[in-house]
Design a protein around this ligand. Structure first.
Ligand code: SDX
Length: 431
């Protein structure tokens, strides 16, 4: 917890209150209002938590005005260019880049937890074949608490560690199986001789009838997409995981809650919605029509993959993702992909439009990711499951940080009540 070096004075009804002000290592000062209700008898009001810090954290920092994203202090563009997903997982979980020995040990631990309990296959088979893979992931991850009892006691540090590794290791297997189930193909098991991204691609695209050789271009692009989605401060799904965990619920149930929240089109569901929007636009000549709709207050339509609660300059992940889209599609020989052309022209026209400039709306991480994922062979329904797979390490890291924080207490927001005051019941014959 930061030390309070400054205070802020608040005057209510002629009474002055001194509230501690904390100076973080980066970002704006934070006003501590924990004693406000006890001292002044008032609540604060902040629907959507636009100005509210729910916790202190050392994991990830975003400077929305400068378009900066740091994981344990390391810029996302450096991690995306020089590191790889499991090394970023280690960094997020333990706070420092691993030594070669530490990395090898961590990768071995993850590799040896990639298989699912065999009886969980029956759980998959309870879903309709046309179930959205996110519905399957929410259900199967929540069910993990019924299969992995030896890692549900959050007061036991060893069990917390095992649950963390299990979740990171098994999420690709679960996501791949959710995909296979919806297309009516048999499940593929993970293989210990493949790296994390290659294993996932093989589990998605291999079939028993023929060998599947992972294209290194695709596995490198897949790994980079995992890294770009790994963690992002206290976003909606991470805050969901923290709030669910604050009651002491087991980690599998809490991560399932995070998956459910991520599914929304305003959050992780935007990558699927964005590609569907780009395909609906179809050709560059229809872009003005959609930009006009996005600006029309009477039209609920928004440009999917555009805008962000925190980034008011640019989303550094979108910059890396755009470069990766160019590289991957060229290497795959589909650089003239019409959807990519529409996306680039849409970005150009939107950024030249005063509406988007005034509201500081820029492409976010979801704007280009779907184009790469589609080129890799994934259906749009798998875009958000891949986001959930990638973000699992962020959810788990934030969960571990919270559980290990001695200040940790159950989250219980208050409200601005605008309903009826006390009134007596009226018998139905008198209504
Ligand atoms: C993710 O929080 C995170 O970190 C999330 C994430 C992560 O890694 O975890 O980064 C991942 O969720 C990225 C965002 C994906 N969502 C989308 O792309 C959906 C489209 N974008 C939005 O719906 C919106 O921009 C949000 C939800 C992302 C942010 O919404 P805010 O911060 O609540 O902003 P707002 O809705 O108050 O919008 C401010 C203004 C409004 O106009 P006014 O009411 O002020 O006139 O900007 C407008 C909005 O109408 N606006 C848009 C717009 N986004 C905001 N107008 C058109 N198109 C858009 N995309």
């Amino acid at each position: 917890m930061a030390d309070s070096t400054k205070t802020a004075k608040l005057t209510i009804d002629g009474n002055d209150y001194e509230l501690p002000l904390y100076s973080p290592t980066a970002g704006p000062d934070v006003l501590d209002i924990r004693k406000l209700y006890a001292q002044a008898g008032v609540f604060t009001y902040d629907p959507g938590y636009t100005s509210t810090a729910s916790c202190d954290s050392t994991i990830t920092f975003i400077d929305g005005d400068k378009g900066v994203l740091l994981h344990r202090g390391y810029p996302i563009d450096q991690l995306a260019g020089k590191s790889h997903y499991l090394e970023v997982c280690y960094l997020l979980l333990y706070g420092e880049l691993p030594s070669p020995t530490e990395l090898e040990d961590f990768e071995n631990r993850v590799t040896n937890h990639t298989m699912l309990h065999e009886q969980m296959m029956n759980f998959f088979r309870g879903f309709r074949r046309d179930a959205h893979p996110m519905a399957v992931m929410v259900g199967v991850v929540g069910a993990m608490s019924a299969f992995y009892h030896d890692s549900t006691d959050i007061t036991d540090e060893w069990q917390r560690e095992v649950a963390s590794i299990r979740l990171i290791a098994k999420m690709p297997t679960i996501a791949a199986m959710a995909y296979k189930y919806t297309i009516g193909q048999p499940f593929e098991y993970p293989r210990n001789d493949l790296d994390y991204a290659s294993n996932f691609l093989r589990m998605c695209f291999a079939v028993p009838a023929e060998d599947y050789v992972v294209n290194p271009i695709l596995s490198r692009a897949m790994d980079r997409i995992f890294t770009l989605h790994a963690d992002h401060e206290q976003n909606a799904s991470t805050s969901t995981v923290r709030l669910a965990s604050s009651s002491g619920a087991n980690p599998f149930a809490c991560i399932a809650a995070g998956i459910a929240c991520l599914w929304g089109p305003a959050h992780g569901g935007a990558n699927q919605a964005c590609l569907e929007m780009l395909k609906e636009i179809g050709t560059p000549d229809r872009i003005p029509e959609f930009i006009a709709r996005a600006k029309d207050k009477n039209d609920p339509f928004r440009l999917m993959g555009f805008g962000h609660r925190v980034y008011k300059n640019h989303d550094p992940r979108a910059t890396v993702m755009k470069e990766s889209a160019d590289e991957v599609l060229e290497l795959l020989g589909v650089e003239n992909n019409p959807t990519l052309q529409v996306a680039k022209e849409l970005e150009k026209q939107a950024l030249e439009d005063p509406y988007f400039a005034e509201k500081k709306l820029f492409p976010n991480v979801d704007f280009y990711s779907g184009i790469i994922l589609e080129a890799m062979g994934f259906p749009t329904s798998m875009f958000t499951p891949i986001f959930a797979l990638s973000r699992t390490v962020g959810w788990v890291s934030q969960w571990k940080e919270m559980i290990g924080d001695p200040q940790n207490k159950i989250g219980r927001p208050r409200q601005l009540y605008l309903g009826e005051t006390t009134r007596d019941y009226v018998d139905i014959e008198n209504r």
